[in-house]
Design a binder for this molecule. Structure first.
Ligand code: DP6
Length: 328
C-alpha cells in the first residue's frame, strides 16, 4: 500500500432538478436523474489516513470526535473502499466544513465526495471521475454530483455501473449565484435518507417521477443556452413538485416555515419586476435563491430585509472535487 494518507476538497451542490426517492436504497440508485450546480466558496476538506495500528475507524467532524450514526455511515462507506482496494486497515478521518452546520447546505454532498477521493487515493487507487462519482453515490446520492465540476447531471441508471454523474458545462459557463436565505439553523427532524424511503407513500410521487425526464431535458437545454426564463420556471416547478410529494407522504413532511413562503412569493414578485431570479428548496426551510451574478448584490440585500431571514450566504458555480496537495 504505497500511499496511506490523502486530503481532498469538495463543494456542496444545489439541485435544480431534485433527487427524491430510490429504486435501490442500499446502492442509492435514484428513481429519477437530477441536475445541480457546485457551490464555490463553500467547501469540505477531508483527510483520510489508513493506519494498521488502529482497531476501529475514527472520525473527527469540525474539530469534535464523532461516534454513533455519523461514524457508522463513514465506516460503512470505507468498507466499500477497502473492498475495492483489497485492504483491511482501519482509517482516521478528519473532516471540516467552512459553512455552518444546519445552514440548509447539503453537507453530505461535499462530505462524501471529499471522503471518496481522499479515501480511494489513500488506499492507493486512482479512479476516473465517473468511477469516483459511483463510489461517492454509495455514501450519499447527492455526493455523486459534487465529484465532477460546474453544472452536473446525475444519470439515474439502473445499477451501480450506470448510475453516475458527469459535468454538462464547466463552472465558468454561466455566471449564476446561489443566495442561500437562512430561515432556521436548527437540525431538521427528518433527514434526506429517511425522506427518500417515504417518497413512495405519496400518490404524487409516480407523477413527479414520470415527468422528470422531460424536466431534465428542459433544464439541461436551458443551462446550455443560458436561458434564464425557461430555467427559472422549471427549477421552481421541480422544487414545488418535490415538496408536494413531501407534504403528501405518510406521515407528511413539511419543511417550510412561514418565512420560506414569504421568500418564495417575494422571488416571484422580483422576477415579474424584471430580475433574473428563482427559488429552489431542499429538505429544510432555507431557500436557495438562484440569480444572475450581476444582480446578486441587490438580491442578497433584498433577501436580508425579509422578516425571518437571519443570514444570506452567497456562492458562485464551483469546480470538481480535487486533491489537496499541500495538506499536512
Ligand atoms: C432534497 O443526497 O442528502 O437535497 O442519499 O440519503 O444522502 P442521501 O440523500 P441526499 O438527498 C438529497 C435530497 C435533496 C435533493 C437533491 O439534492 O437532489
Amino acid at each position: 500500500m504505497p500511499t496511506v494518507q490523502a486530503s481532498a476538497i469538495s463543494h456542496p451542490n444545489i439541485a435544480f432538478i431534485k433527487y427524491w426517492g430510490n429504486v435501490d436504497h442500499n446502492l442509492r440508485i435514484p428513481v429519477n436523474g437530477s441536475i445541480s450546480m457546485n457551490l464555490a466558496g463553500l467547501e469540505t476538506r477531508t483527510t483520510v489516513t489508513f493506519d494498521a495500528s488502529l482497531q476501529s475507524d475514527q472520525l473527527t467532524l469540525n474539530g469534535s470526535n464523532a461516534n454513533g450514526a455519523a461514524l457508522e455511515r463513514v465506516s460503512a462507506f470505507l468498507d466499500h473502499v477497502r473492498t475495492l482496494a483489497g485492504i483491511n486497515q482501519c482509517a482516521r478521518v478528519t473532516s471540516k466544513n467552512n459553512f455552518p452546520a444546519g445552514a440548509g447546505i447539503a453537507s453530505s454532498s461535499s462530505a462524501f465526495a471529499a471522503l471518496a477521493l481522499a479515501a480511494t487515493t489513500a488506499a492507493g487507487l486512482s479512479l476516473d471521475t465517473a468511477e469516483l462519482s459511483r463510489i461517492a453515490r454509495r455514501g450519499s446520492g447527492s455526493a455523486s454530483r459534487s465529484v465532477p465540476g460546474g453544472f452536473v447531471e446525475w444519470h439515474a441508471g439502473s445499477d451501480h455501473e450506470t448510475s453516475f454523474a458527469e459535468s454538462i458545462a464547466p463552472a465558468d459557463h454561466w455566471a449564476l449565484n446561489d443566495c442561500v436565505a437562512i430561515v432556521s439553523k436548527s437540525h431538521k427532524e427528518t433527514g434526506s435518507t429517511e425522506g427518500h424511503t417515504m417518497a413512495p407513500t405519496s400518490s404524487l410521487q409516480d407523477s413527479r417521477v414520470a415527468g422528470a425526464p422531460a424536466r431534465l431535458d428542459i433544464v439541461r437545454q436551458a443551462i446550455l443556452e443560458r436561458d434564464f426564463g425557461t430555467f427559472a420556471s422549471m427549477v421552481e416547478l421541480d422544487s414545488n413538485m418535490m415538496h408536494a410529494v413531501m407534504m403528501t407522504s405518510q406521515p407528511p413532511l413539511i419543511y417550510w416555515q412561514p418565512a420560506t413562503l414569504a421568500i418564495m412569493q417575494a422571488v416571484g414578485q422580483w422576477r415579474r419586476e424584471g430580475l433574473d431570479v428563482c427559488y429552489t428548496i431542499d429538505a429544510g426551510p432555507n431557500v436557495h435563491v438562484i440569480c444572475s451574478a450581476d444582480q446578486s448584490d441587490t438580491v442578497q440585500k433584498m433577501l436580508a430585509e425579509i422578516p425571518g431571514v437571519s443570514d444570506v450566504l452567497r456562492a458562485s458555480p464551483g469546480g470538481p472535487t480535487h486533491l489537496q496537495k499541500d495538506a499536512a
